[in-house]
Design a protein around this ligand. Structure first.
Ligand code: CTP
Length: 399
């Protein structure tokens, strides 16, 4: 799981009265696990649906409920200003109307009206309420304020009716929170990533493939997205997928299909990272029926596939092109050769010798060779951290 964008971020969860409040317990746990700092403010109604004791314990902060507690006053301005993001979830119909009109009759509303950070809301209500013109108008008003309004889901509702109005699930909320906290470093930039293995069929039941799991490519796609880029992810079968739903994913099988998708996508991007383990050879012909076992030995004629990185390198223009190299011997020399022959700006050399690095691991250790002759070495780290290392190294030395 990727955590970088949430690490140390301050999230203010505002919980209002809806049966969906129970989902905030899971969300709080997910946010804390991802390294965020969480504070919770609840309306009086919300406390009937989710326990402040549980939320206080999980968030490691007291839950704020009233403007005054005992002899002290809760500083709503400080709370509103503390947050990097305010998340109102579940957003009840009542609180929605208050937010739309700026009514300040409880601590949660005072915090909301004082908040200077971005606001994300996750509505939860019954279908008829959701479709009422007053609700529609209030939702539009919130959008005009610049708030992010999460889609409601369709399904069984607390009333027993089936329809639209279900609050987003905790994982969807987490993904939306990460999206809202994206950096702007690469805003406006488009990135193409190839990832995972390819499969070259020889008959209807068999194929030639490799051990690539696509974890590094998926981590790169998420890391680029978290830096504000738009990402096109072309992946082979069985590859791990990036976590953000906003990343465009194109599924391919063979090296020829990956070539076609990557070449088509390349014209529109600023950066391309070719992390896929593409088959170098493919069967000359694909049998339309299962090949039967006959002689003691069997020869399969193979032909070379097209080299995607090389093709993109020849048509690079001003784009930034990053390739990978997996070597078992003469690593640096071979990687340098690939860098030159394929006209890439960088080659990320994967180490097969290093324990914990390479196919299938959640960690990796790489050396990055630049066309300017520099070499940057990473430590053994999570693939998410390695993805950030690759991006930072490439952007830094590209300046
Ligand atoms: N690559 C590609 N298209 C291919 C083969 C490789 O785009 N048909 C890319 C890979 O995605 C990687 C780089 O080229 O970014 C190097 O891949 P690698 O398998 O290490 O090297 P090859 O060029 O295939 O050479 P060899 O297998 O002989 O080491």
């Amino acid at each position: 799981m990727l955590t970088s964008v949430l690490q140390g971020k301050k999230i203010l969860l505002a919980v209002t009265g809806s049966i969906a409040a129970y989902k905030i317990i899971t969300l709080t746990r997910l946010l804390i696990k991802a390294g965020a700092e969480v504070k919770v403010v609840m309306t009086k109604e919300a406390t009937k649906f989710a326990s402040p004791l549980v939320l206080g314990t999980l968030s490691k902060h007291p839950v704020y409920r009233d403007l005054t507690e005992g002899d002290s006053w809760n500083n709503h301005v400080a709370l509103g200003r503390w947050a990097d993001l305010m998340v109102v979830a579940p957003l009840s119909c009542n609180t929605l109307a208050k937010m739309a009109s700026g009514l300040c009759d409880n601590l949660m509303m005072a915090v909301y009206l004082s908040a200077t950070c971005p606001v994300l809301v996750a509505p939860a209500m019954d279908e008829d309420m959701w479709h009422h013109p007053a609700t529609r108008a209030n939702i539009e008003r919130l959008k005009e304020y610049g708030h992010t309004v999460l889609q409601v889901g369709a399904g069984e509702l607390a009333s027993g009716l089936v329809g639209e109005g279900r609050m987003a699930e905790p994982e969807q909320l987490l993904s939306a929170i990460r999206t809202a906290l994206r950096a702007k470093t690469l805003q406006g930039k488009k990135v193409l990533i190839t990832s995972g293995p390819t499969r070259e069929p020889l008959d209807p039941v068999r194929f030639i493939a490799n051990h690539s799991t696509g974890k590094m490519g998926a981590a790169l796609a998420d890391a680029f997205y978290e830096k504000g880029a738009t990402v096109l992810f072309v992946h082979g079968p069985g590859s791990k997928l990036p976590t953000y739903p906003e990343i465009t994913k194109v599924a391919v099988h063979t090296a020829a299909e990956m070539y076609k998708a990557a070449v088509a996508g390349f014209s529109d991007v600023d950066i391309a990272v070719l992390a896929a383990a593409v088959a170098d050879y493919t069967p000359e012909t694909v049998a339309d029926k299962k090949i039967k076992k006959k002689e003691a030995s069997f020869t399969l004629p193979l032909i070379k596939t097209q080299d995607i990185l090389k093709t993109l390198g020849e048509n690079k223009g001003g784009k930034l092109l990053i390739g990978f190299a997996l070597e078992t011997d003469n690593s640096l020399e071979n990687a340098r050769k690939k860098l030159e022959e394929k006209k890439a700006d960088f080659i990320v050399l994967n180490s097969m010798q290093e324990p914990g690095a390479g196919f299938g691991y959640d960690t990796n250790k790489v050396s990055i060779l630049s066309s300017k002759g520099q070499i940057s070495e990473s430590t053994l780290a999570s693939k998410a951290e390695i993805a950030n290392f690759i991006i930072e190294t490439a952007l830094e030395s590209d300046k």
